[in-house]
Design a protein around this ligand. Structure first.
Ligand code: NAD
Ligand code: UDP
Length: 313
């Protein structure tokens, strides 16, 4: 950020949120982390608790919050399919009511607010790679819908608060992001494969493993989030953020087996319902608007992530 500010990070105790809090503090800002610790952990931010510039509020964003800050990063929401499907009604509430509550603060204080949206708004995309102009292909009654439609509705709210009330919104659509502080057992593919490989257990490939994802290292993503918040008021997004390198789940498993020197074998299990078959961001907008591109390639990011998991499991 350009100058010292008081910044609210909802979901600041989570994987991405904790890296963002760290980075904002390092830049000399005051940071207020709001989290209900549904999927986040105090361990992610324990090292920040002693900082006089860091404040932690245990709070669920589906309830109103009264606070004075200069900017809001709205990240509160479980991101792993296993977790967001565990209490799907609350996932939708977090996306929608949480967005309304945070937008209310932004409106009252006339401050910018960034929404951590997702590539899931494209659903199982029929256009490839995905540009921000693509409207998506989303099932509204499936097991992923609480998250996909919750995030889509949150985007709608953000754009209506902008059009109707002139709130300074910033919407970014984050593609699969990975790195240290992911939960080892949260069911996401990178954490699953690394933990399985390190423990010599079978690597669980869902379906035939031909589905693709594009993986962005968390440090790259945090740079983009901050760059987006620093844009002028007329830059509102949506902007895709991710690493366009595209890999099948088989390729990912092979790379992780090689990097961990694991003897694990791949096993094939049922593909979950509505699992997108392909995903790859077109990041032309991010490059142009934010002067940003991801720097950490998958092999390097995986090595750092493997080191982290090796130290905690
Ligand atoms: P995460 O689950 O590690 O972090 C989410 C944080 O939000 C956790 O600390 C959790 O406790 C908190 N939270 C959840 N519900 C809450 C509520 N009702 N009130 C207060 N706090 C609540 O996930 P993450 O990977 O760090 O994702 C952060 C954000 O980025 C999410 O909004 C997610 O949808 C978005 N995103 C992440 C990815 C990714 O690949 N990691 C991709 C697209 C979008
Ligand atoms: N996946 C897999 N094995 C696992 C976990 C996930 O093959 O142990 C697959 C999953 O089916 C999906 C991809 O990896 O195609 C990414 O899954 P993740 O849950 O990480 O994220 P999302 O589906 O939300 O992109």
């Amino acid at each position: 950020m350009q100058k010292k500010k008081a910044i609210l990070v909802t979901g600041g105790g989570g994987f991405i949120g904790s890296h963002l809090c760290e980075r904002l503090l390092a830049d000399g800002n005051d940071v207020v982390c709001v989290d209900n610790f549904y999927t986040g952990s105090k361990n992610n931010i324990r090292h920040l608790l002693d900082s006089p510039n860091f404040e932690l509020i245990r709070h669920d964003v589906t309830f109103p919050l009264y606070i004075e800050v200069d900017a809001i990063f709205n990240l509160a929401c479980p991101a792993s399919p296993v977790h967001y499907q565990n209490n799907p009604i609350h996932t939708t509430k977090t996306c929608v009511t949480g967005a309304i509550n945070m937008l209310g603060i932004a409106k009252r204080l006339n401050i910018p607010i960034l929404q951590a949206s997702t590539s899931e708004v494209y659903g199982n995309p029929l256009e490839h790679p995905q540009t921000e102009e693509y409207w998506g292909n989303v099932n509204c009654i499936g097991i992923r819908s609480c998250y996909d439609e919750g995030k889509r509705c949150a985007e709608t709210l953000f754009f209506d608060y902008q059009r109707q009330l002139d709130v300074a919104i910033k919407v970014v659509r984050i593609f699969n992001t990975y790195g240290p502080r992911m939960l080892p057992y949260d069911g996401r593919v990178v954490s699953n494969f690394i933990v399985q490989a390190l423990q010599g257990k079978d690597i669980t490939i869902y379906g035939d493993g031909s589905q693709t994802r594009s993986f962005c290292y968390v440090a790259d993503l945090v740079e983009a989030l901050i760059a987006m918040m620093d844009t002028p008021k007329d830059i509102i997004g949506p902007v895709n953020l991710g690493n366009p390198g595209e890999f099948t789940m088989l390729e990912l498993a092979e790379m992780i087996i090689e990097l961990t020197k694991s003897k694990s074998k791949m096993v094939f299990v049922d593909l979950p319902q509505d699992d997108p078959t392909q995903r790859k961001p077109d990041i032309s907008k991010a490059k142009e608007i934010l002067k940003w591109k991801p720097e950490v390639q998958l092999r390097e990011g995986l090595s750092k992530t493997i080191k982290y998991f090796d130290s905690i499991i």
